[in-house]
Design a protein around this ligand. Structure first.
Ligand code: FAD
Length: 388
């Protein structure tokens, strides 16, 4: 069997790429290791930025994928319990994002892909990539029935996340990796609690906390913790007490906790995002901390750049976009790594004095204050939130 592009992984990167290639008239097969049910239920990100929403609009997918999805109008930053607001619609000239839980976006992308005749295969075990540095790569896997299959192709898109097989298939030394540990811990809790009126971040002396919407009846919370702390160090009572105190929200109801984990506050980038005929897309090539909400958006942005490049290569024999893929994506990746790091540092240094000491705490507070006293600083922030 053969196709033009084998896409490994059906997360936001793989499903966006699959849909765009379908629209571009480029044949592809998507191989996903997990079951359909697992992929449909995996809750992670919650904000599609303006640049991400534009991609779906430009490719004619917005009507199906973004129908009924509310806009991301702004952000509240509560400093020691005092509310401060940033109105992104006003600050960015209307370039607002959308509040869509990741699993809803994934489900809709799966629906659009399959309705359009896309070939999406779940439960693909033992995926292996072959001949990546030659002209005719192929991908093997074991299907749900235990049969080993091979698909020949012109290109492979590694959209299989940070722990996938794609990056691991590149010979040692071919890629340069950059990683950074931000030196803080984050506990995240998904709970059946009504969402806040607008996304909320809180800077407090006990540490950073955040309350974000995840659909009409669910919320995602983040709590800064010591880097060595684990889920076992946080009982429910402590979680709700700390959230109420840091968020300055004494009336916050304690809802059923549906998921709880420690987030690795780590950044990672590979350069180049390509080896031979393999292209790394989304988390397979880079991870950014959840701070700033850019991980899913970078994945969608990479998929857009790659879809355009593959359309030109496969349909017109024009390899320019394919050659430029990595450099084009890495410019944006580093810009948003910096945004995420800047926001992390400001909101954490400004809170718990043990994080960075009193001098840096005052600097971080001055930086934070500038967002509310300088229109230019606020607009620069809103511009990065909008993406591009
Ligand atoms: P993934 O979503 O990881 O998808 C990879 C897919 O490949 C998976 O379906 C996996 O099962 C499959 N796969 C893996 N290995 C194989 C294999 N060997 N063979 C076949 N298939 C394989 N981002 C934001 O933009 N905003 C946020 O607010 C945000 N919040 C987050 C909160 C949390 C708690 C977490 C964990 C992440 C958050 N992110 C956020 C990041 C975002 O979820 C990721 O950046 C995004 O999922 C990346 O998409 P992806 O398609 O590249 O990778």
């Amino acid at each position: 069997e053969s196709t033009a592009v084998v896409i490994v992984g059906a997360g936001p990167a793989g499903l966006t790429l699959g849909n765009l290639l379908l629209r571009a008239g480029v044949e592809c097969v998507v191989l996903e290791r997990r079951s359909r049910a697992h992929v449909e239920e995996r809750q992670r990100a919650g904000v599609l930025d303006h640049a991400g929403a534009r991609i779906f609009e430009e490719w004619g997918l917005a009507d199906g994928v973004l129908a009924g999805v509310p806009g991301d109008g702004g952000l509240e930053i509560r400093v020691d319990g005092e509310p401060r607001y940033l109105d992104f619609a006003e600050l960015s000239g209307g370039r607002t994002g959308r509040l869509i839980p990741q699993q809803m976006l994934v489900r809709r992308l799966m629906g659009a892909f399959e309705e359009g005749g896309g070939d999406l295969r779940f439960d693909a075990g033992e995926v292996a990539l072959h001949g990546l540095d030659g002209d005719g790569p192929w991908v093997s896997y074991r299907d749900g029935g235990g049969v080993v299959r091979e698909i020949g192709c012109a290109y492979v898109a590694g959209c299989d996340g940070h722990h996938g097989v794609s990056r691991a298939s590149v010979p040692a030394g071919a890629l340069t990796t950059y990683s950074h540990d931000h030196g803080i811990g984050w506990l995240t809790v998904l709970a059946d609690v009504p969402p806040p009126r607008r996304p909320l971040m809180a800077v407090a002396s006990e540490g950073f906390a955040a309350h974000f919407p995840r659909g009409p009846m669910a919320s995602r919370f983040y709590l800064q913790c010591a880097p060595e702390e684990g889920v076992g160090d946080w009982g429910e009572e402590r979680i709700w007490a700390q959230l109420r105190s840091r968020l300055g929200d004494a009336g916050l109801p304690a809802g059923r906790i549906t998921e709880m984990s420690v987030v690795e506050m780590r950044s990672f980038v590979v350069d180049p995002m390509r080896f031979g005929r393999l292209f790394l897309v989304g988390d397979a090539a880079h991870i950014v901390t959840p701070m700033g909400g850019k991980g899913m958006n970078l994945a969608i942005g990479d998929a857009d750049v790659l879809a355009r490049a593959l359309r030109a290569a496969v349909r017109e024999g024009d390899g320019e976009g394919v050659a430029a893929y990595s450099a084009v994506c890495l410019r944006r990746v580093w810009n948003y790594q910096e945004f995420s790091r800047w926001l992390t540092e400001m909101t954490h240094d400004a809170g718990d004095v043990r994080v960075a000491g009193e001098f840096r705490r005052q600097l971080a507070r001055a930086r934070l204050e500038r967002l509310f006293s300088s229109g230019a600083a606020a607009r620069a922030f809103a511009d990065l939130v909008a993406g591009g």
